[in-house]
Design a protein around this ligand. Sequence first.
Ligand code: HEC
Length: 178
Amino acid sequence: MQFSIIEKSGFGIAVAVLALLTCHLIGEALVTEERLANPSYLVATDSSSESQETDRAKGEDNNTLALLDSVEPERGQKLFKKCKACHSVQKGGKNGIGPNLWDIVGRKKAGVSAYQYSDVLKDMGGDWSFSDLDLFLADPKAFAKGTKMSFRGVRKTDDRAALIIYLRTLSDAPKTLP
Ligand code: HEC
């Protein structure tokens, strides 16, 4: 049998591709097995600072919003302990160091007329959407440079989601999830 150069090199390429594919598949299989055999590996990375950094990056991509329907408001209520020193949540509640937060989701930014907001918040305009709340809570000073809220932010995406879901309950008519 006579093969032309083209046929020969075509065959060569096919063999190379097959070999690559096989290696890839074996590699995949090995990696999957390793993960299954050692599930604690996943849990361990979860609390590392590296994953917290990723969480923060995700918040900037608005991935918190995807978690909103899977987090419990009760968890957010517990997390709200961090905020209680400065914020009341009851309808008609008094302003503290920070403004009252009743009906905050969807409320006008800097919307409590009796409260003295910083200029940056006063000038921001618009309502507190789910995503703006997420960005503000992740890093208040980055979202509103010059804000009076001296709070360093909530790093973890799922913590912010829980907080926002709790804040959403503080209303006579909780806003529809995005
Ligand atoms: C040390 C006090 C303090 C803590 C703790 C704090 N805040 Fe604030 N917060 C403020 C102040 C002060 C403002 C007003 C900011 C401004 O005018 O720039 C504010 C503003 C806000 C606003 C905007 C309100 C509006 O009417 O526009 C929201 C929302 C908010 N805080 C949520 C929270 C949440 C949720 C937490 C806890 C995770 C928290 N804050 C923790 C002091 C605090």
